[in-house]
Design a protein around this ligand. Structure first.
Ligand code: GLN
Length: 201
């Protein structure tokens, strides 16, 4: 079975863990660089991306996560986690100078809170490339992506904005598949993690 880590500093990591385990993955909660050893894939959950970025600094995880990706590990970010993946973050709080560090593993600009405030959270039947029927997508203060580079595939858009992208063994969803009782996006990520592993084996 695949060995998947879920970054467990903050946010919706338990929900990811539950779905991944229901699909047969062996799940590790990642809090320290050493927790990344031996994993096939890593999930960066939803939550609050400014907080998560600060905790990545406190736990010295930025560089180990970049190294994990460089060594062929698959990485999936949902919502706040997807914000962490982008090459540039727009809409960070003014008290941080509007700037926010990111991993730069997804060649796209991310705009935080692109669909409005918490009360504008919504669910939508979202057509997704590679899935045969629409996915019940939950958007909670979701970001959206612009200016994707040539290696980026846009897998889903909502109201004309890109909300699901992939680039090699990186996957980003602006919505929260861990909050739907539909495991298809998790299954897609497990497939990505296994394929990447067999390519580098
Ligand atoms: N709006 C949050 C942020 O920018 C993300 C929200 C979420 O993960 N549901 O960090």
């Amino acid at each position: 079975s695949s060995r998947i880590g879920v970054l467990a500093l903050q946010g919706a990591f338990r929900e990811h863990r539950r779905i991944l385990e229901s699909l047969g993955a062996a799940v590790t909660e990642v809090r320290l660089p050493a927790d990344l050893a031996e994993l096939d894939g890593l999930v960066l959950p939803g939550g609050e991306s400014t907080t998560m970025a600060r905790l990545l600094t406190v736990y010295a995880l930025w560089q180990p996560i970049r190294a994990f990706h460089a060594a062929g590990g698959a990485i999936w970010g949902t919502c706040a986690g997807a914000i962490l993946l982008a090459r540039e973050v727009r809409g960070a709080p003014p008290q941080f100078g509007g700037k926010q560090e990111s991993l730069g593993l997804l060649d796209a600009v991310v705009q935080r809170n692109a669909f409005g405030r918490q009360i504008n959270s919504f669910a939508a039947a979202l057509p997704v490339a590679g899935l045969d029927a629409a996915f019940p997508a939950v958007f909670i203060r979701a970001p959206a992506f612009t200016a994707p580079g040539p290696q980026v595939n846009t897998l889903a858009t909502w109201e004309g904005q890109a909300v699901m992208l992939s680039q090699g063994h990186v996957l980003a969803t602006a919505f929260h598949p861990e909050l739907s009782s539909d495991p298809r996006v998790h299954a897609l990520f497990l497939k990505m993690a296994v394929e990447t592993k067999s390519e580098i084996a």
